[in-house]
Design a protein around this ligand. Structure first.
Ligand code: NAP
Ligand code: MG
Length: 477
């Protein structure tokens, strides 16, 4: 069984105390490797290496050269698409087509940001007579990246590549259930020629490696994606060191289907937004609000699709794979146990050849869910979709805004004025009109409002989060 090491200062190392963590394949529940169990001493070394690179090799490198390295990394990622996608299918249980999409997205982040490294311009500001004032975009220094298990490659792309582009060096703590593609990414970064210490990866448990990283006095920014509970701890740790944070804490994203919508066009988007990665997606479209006149028609269309969904091993590429681990399966089952008062419209099927030890659960479609029901309020992180009936635009907006979250929303209507009116009224970081991009393209700024977090990653906007603005006022008379 393969033993994986930490990447610190350009070298592959065991954890200081030699500890390891078993790597489990969620498709069958079997152990298939071991990760190094990093702790605070490994974090100290990684943060020191990142600081050394920031004040040395990476910090002094010309923007043009940094851009070339990032582009080369993207090329290597694409060249290794097969291997990376099979690793992800067996580590995270993501169906092969979705794993491949994640590899392509990671490469696409490299392509997008590589060309931006030498275009992060400042400005000149008109000021008093005898002055010239200019602004510079400067990197924070060392940024910490605490990554969840659900989309390691996509989140490395949007946070780590964005941060490198702004000129920072990074320390990454991947989720312990999904570290393998991140480690492979580290290997490709060395192959591309990134200087030692620019990218450091410390695998380990949240409390043992994540907490000391977020509390470290040698980091200057934290990018965190994950649960609200841990997000709160991260903010407290950052407050002690006065370090800025970008927080992405998930959502309960609504998809609004008005009576005049093109239902055939909406159907595949609505299904995919709910079940992609077995619903373990921060931007999952997990609530579908349907206008009363078309409620019966659209719920029947959806029920037919849900009944056709298949669940099985990721390598065989069914509609969904297993959930990530037994506790995620228990979490979804806990939610399902609270639905005796609800009507199930359809369920998918686990295929016969799904291994017994895998963490499989079927997609479930619930109808007539009251907006205040736990299923319509809480992030389930499983393939569970709630249909909610509404009458008229005003009620749709009230229900859509009626949760603690505000990450993504979609509006399906052919009425142009309504498209904009509703999009503007929704409390949400992103709104899609007549489409739904779970997380959207790499070009599109992404992040939440309310309990979904703050700060933006992706697009050129991310470069603002990953840098500081310095103002220089020159008095020349
Ligand atoms: P989580 O506990 O918030 O984990 C996210 C990351 O934070 C992981 O790398 C985790 O390490 C680390 N971490 C845990 N405790 C920490 C601490 N005290 N200090 C610093 N880092 C810490 O999320 P999860 O357990 O993976 O998932 C739980 C729930 O969170 C899900 O069911 C879902 O509702 C939500 N979630 C949301 C997103 C999203 O994209 N918004 C992603 C994942 C999960 P370990 O992996 O070692 O715990
Ligand atoms: Mg795993």
């Amino acid at each position: 069984m393969q033993k994986h090491q930490l990447l610190i200062d350009g070298k592959w190392l065991d954890a200081e105390d030699g500890g390891t963590i078993p790597v489990i394949n969620p498709n069958n529940g079997l152990e298939h490797g071991a990760l190094a169990r990093g702790n605070s001493r490994d974090i100290d070394k990684a943060v020191a290496a990142a600081n050394k690179a920031f004040f040395g090799s990476w910090g002094k490198m010309a923007a043009l050269e940094k851009g070339r390295l990032i582009y080369r990394l993207g090329e290597l990622i694409l060249k290794n698409e097969d291997e990376l996608s099979h690793i992800e299918a067996n580590d995270v249980g993501k169906p092969l087509t979705q794993s491949r999409n994640d590899v392509k997205a990671l490469a696409r982040y490299c392509e997008f940001y590589a060309g931006a490294v030498d275009k992060t311009h400042g400005e000149t500001i008109p000021y008093q007579e005898g002055y010239t004032v200019l602004t510079l975009r400067e990197p924070h220094g060392v940024t910490a990246h605490i990554i969840p298990w659900n989309y390691p490659m996509q989140i490395i792309g949007r946070s780590v590549i964005g941060s490198l582009t702004a000129g920072n060096c990074v320390v990454i703590k991947p989720g312990e259930d999904a570290s393998l593609t991140t480690l492979f990414f580290g290997k490709l970064a060395l192959e591309a020629g990134f200087p030692a210490g620019t990218i450091n990866i410390v695998t380990g448990y949240g409390l043992e490696a994540g907490a000391p990283l977020s509390a470290h006095s040698g980091i200057n920014h934290i990018s965190f994606t994950g649960s609200n509970q841990v997000g709160t701890l991260i903010q407290k740790a950052a407050a002690d060191n006065t370090v800025p944070v970008t927080l992405e804490l998930g959502g309960k994203s609504p998809q609004l289907i008005f009576a005049d919508a093109d239902l055939d066009a909406a159907l595949p988007f609505v299904v995919n937004a709910a079940i992609q990665n077995a619903g373990q997606t921060c931007s999952a479209g997990s609530r579908v609000l349907v206008e009363s006149q078309i409620y019966d028609t659209f719920s029947q269309m959806l029920a037919k699709r849900f009944a056709e969904l298949t669940v099985g091993p990721a390598e065989a590429d069914y509609s969904t794979g297993p959930l990530i681990n037994p506790s995620q399966l228990a979490r979804v089952n806990d939610f399902l146990a609270q639905t005796n008062d609800l009507k199930i419209l359809a369920r998918g099927t686990i295929v016969d050849d799904a291994p017994q030890g895998g963490y499989y659960t079927v997609p479930v479609l619930f109808g007539e869910v009251p907006p205040s029901h736990v299923l319509a309020q809480e992030e389930i992180f499983g393939p569970v979709l709630s249909l909610i009936r509404f009458s008229g635009e005003e009620e749709a907006i009230t229900i859509a805004n009626g949760t603690n979250y505000g990450l993504v929303a979609s509006v399906w209507t052919t009425d142009g004025a309504r498209q904009l009116r509703v999009a503007r009224a929704l409390q949400s970081g992103q709104v899609f009109i007549n489409n739904y991009g779970a997380g959207g393209g790499v070009e599109l700024p992404f992040g939440g409002v309310k309990g979904s977090g703050y700060g933006r990653e992706k697009g050129l906007e991310a470069l603002k989060s990953f840098s500081n603005l310095k103002t220089i006022a020159i008095h020349h008379g």
